[in-house]
Design a protein around this ligand. Structure first.
Ligand code: NAD
Length: 469
């Protein structure tokens, strides 16, 4: 049995305590201490230290929850989140600066400006698969924007969530950040309060519950979801680079990545060549296989293991390599399945595991038609050396992001917004965009009395003379 999350028992926050926690965050926000940029920066620094001082404990917690190799934990979550703290620390003065409205001769005397103000007390609900990046990541932008934050991390990644809950009170001001541990009862209670903003990351099923609850309190909400992110292969691609990047994107975190390549659309006549390249890369990555390998993670729990295994057991496609599973170890081998038809079990839902279906198509038009017949994905990948091919796919589809010749890197690229479209999510974040998400653009102006000499025609009585003016 792996040291799975089942072995780390979380002590859930008592539902009856949540009123007090919410009230203390409201009090903290109203105290005004977060108005000071210097204070926000101090909290951002503390957040970076929370991670930096405890790197090994986080690596151990990720290993317990997901069997995550330590290097994956470092570059997928810890390094990038610490770096995001630094970006916010360095950027917050500029980001928070009041902006002048564009010059318009008619309105310039009003001195119109846009004040960048916090939304208030915000709620972050995060999933199990990237339990630092999806929890601490948004917190960075929320604090930079001057909000108080309540985090409800996933109960499934219990070791990481427990560690965050232990460390937050040690590093962060309790007026500014609090953590509520728990599952549906705690989340349901939290959703009864009005929030400055709710950022929910997770499944579409729960997103509907969150949005319905947010509607009752008129809390603004952003949902970061998942779905089936396709990869369109052109026979004119750099074959081995494509195979390496795709298989890597499918295998990190054992495939439990919201923007993992979910399935491949490949020209029929190129399918065998592409599948052979994937097999060669698999042997190159894992010369001794993946079972018991410290380079490959496991599925988060028995429920998700059974779900993926069931999809695999019911496929009509041909397993090229992999297929081995072990429930006690929550292990599913990297598995490539070829000749998968569009109605196959593997095409019925987001796989969220290390299983890669290959769907042969006649041409790129058929690939585009299939993508458009389904929910807009969170990411869309194209591997091609032909500019016209890439442009054709991007220009004729919709998705959260559109990436050529690589996978996953879009969420780490500073300056790019991260988010879905339609069923894969709404709202986007990432560094400055997270600051914007949690910022209210407060329109403001100061109208001088002398303006009435020019604009007094706005006052009744509305005479014909005024109308002619
Ligand atoms: P999930 O929806 O099961 O859980 C997410 C969070 O919602 C957890 O904190 C959970 O406790 C909470 N929750 C569960 N039931 C709830 C309820 N009734 N009311 C309120 N909250 C409730 O998601 P998961 O399985 O942890 O995550 C996997 C999904 O997340 C995948 O679909 C993946 O693609 C998506 N994801 C998206 C992103 C992104 O940035 N777009 C990132 C990571 C994961």
């Amino acid at each position: 049995m792996p040291s799975s999350s089942a072995t780390v028992k979380l002590e859930y926050t008592l539902v009856d305590e949540i009123d007090k926690i919410y009230a203390s965050l409201c009090h903290g926000f109203r105290s005004g201490k977060l108005k000071s940029i210097a204070y926000r920066k101090l909290q951002l620094l503390q957040l970076a230290y929370l991670l930096q001082d405890n790197i090994q404990r986080f690596k151990d917690a990720f290993a317990a929850d997901l069997g995550r190799p330590s290097l994956e934990t470092a570059f997928l979550e810890l390094d990038s989140t610490i770096s995001d703290c630094k970006i916010a620390y360095d950027g917050v003065e500029k980001w928070a600066k009041t902006e002048k409205a564009p010059f318009r001769i008619n309105f310039t005397a009003f001195n119109p400006v846009i004040r960048k103000e916090p939304k208030g007390v915000v709620l972050i609900i995060s999933p199990f698969n990237y339990p630092v990046w999806t929890a601490i990541g948004p917190m960075i932008g929320a604090i930079a924007a001057g909000n108080s934050v309540l985090l409800k991390p996933s109960e499934l990644s219990s070791a990481v969530s427990g560690l965050i809950a232990e460390l937050v009170p040690k590093y962060m001001d309790p007026d500014v950040v609090r953590v509520v541990l728990g599952a549906v009862p705690q989340a349901t209670k939290l959703l009864q309060y009005p929030w400055g903003h709710i950022l929910y990351t997770g499944s579409a099923r729960v997103a509907k519950i969150v949005c319905a609850a947010a509607a009752l309190t008129l809390s603004p909400v952003s949902v970061e979801l998942g779905g089936k992110s396709p990869v369109v292969i052109d026979s004119k691609c750099d074959l081995m680079t494509a195979a390496r990047r795709i298989l890597w994107g499918k295998c990190v975190n054992a495939g439990q990545t919201c923007i993992a390549p979910d399935y491949i659309l490949v020209p029929k006549e190129f399918e065998d060549t592409f599948v052979q390249a994937l097999k060669d890369v698999h042997d190159e990555f894992y010369p001794n296989g993946t079972k018991g390998s410290s380079d490959f993670g496991h599925i988060v729990n028995a429920g998700h293991f059974a779900r993926i295994k069931n999809l695999l057991d019911n496929t009509q496609g041909e397993i090229v390599f992999g297929g081995e599973t072990n429930e006690a170890q929550l292990y599913i081998a990297p598995t490539v399945v070829k000749s998968v038809q569009k109605g196959d079990s593997l095409m019925s839902e987001e796989l969220f595991g290390p299983v890669l279906p290959i769907v042969p198509v006649d041409n790129v038009d058929e690939a585009i038609e299939y993508i458009n017949a389904n929910d807009h994905p969170l990411a869309l990948y194209v591997f091609s050396q032909d500019a016209a091919f890439k442009a054709k796919v991007f220009d004729n589809t919709q998705s959260g992001s559109a990436i050529a010749n690589d996978v996953l890197v879009q969420c780490a690229t500073d300056g790019l917004p991260f988010g879905g479209i339609g069923p894969s999510g709404s709202g986007y974040y990432g560094r400055k965009y997270t600051f914007d998400l949690f910022t209210h653009l407060r329109a403001s102006l100061d109208s001088p009395s002398w303006l009435d000499r020019i604009f007094k025609s706005r006052y009744p009585p509305y005479t014909t003379k005024k109308e002619e003016f």
